[in-house]
Design a protein around this ligand. Sequence first.
Ligand SMILES: [Zn+2]
Length: 179
Amino acid sequence: MHKYMYMPLIKYNYYKKKGIIMNIFFYIIIFLIGITFGSFYTLAVYRIPKKQDITHTHSYCPNCKHRLGTLDLIPVFSYIFLGGKCRYCKQKIRPRYIILETLSGLCFVLYALFIKLNIYTLTVEKIIEYVFFALFFTFIVLLVGIYNETKKASKPVLIYGLIILIIFVLYCIFLKCMI
Ligand SMILES: [Zn+2]
């Protein structure tokens, strides 16, 4: 704010307005990243216990096994656009997908608000902190999600959790050394 202190009021208001609009865009992007993660969670919770590939194989409808196109895979929006049904067999898609996607979108936004991440505070440390949040959040959602489905703690997810924990500890030690 002090940066603009000596500016004429109109100009100050202009920058303030521009900042607010840019922050709204910033949070929309964060929300979109969050729902993309959410979409990955639903897929991973379904596939990891079945030992299926989570990155390469194409998604398909669990009912008619039709391969899904790019348009069917846009988180939240494709669900709304298709009216909650599979494009090919018209089988109803469980609303829990869209709920999970929206919830993770909201969690991503809430955490950004919590650490006051916005276009003015975008530093490397903050971004790294945010990335760690995304990685740990992914770990918790996958662990709980898979436990919920299979009543077992997933080994690959636990290994993933351990790896990010080690990286996080190393990063904290690195930060301490830098100060
Ligand atoms: Zn289908």
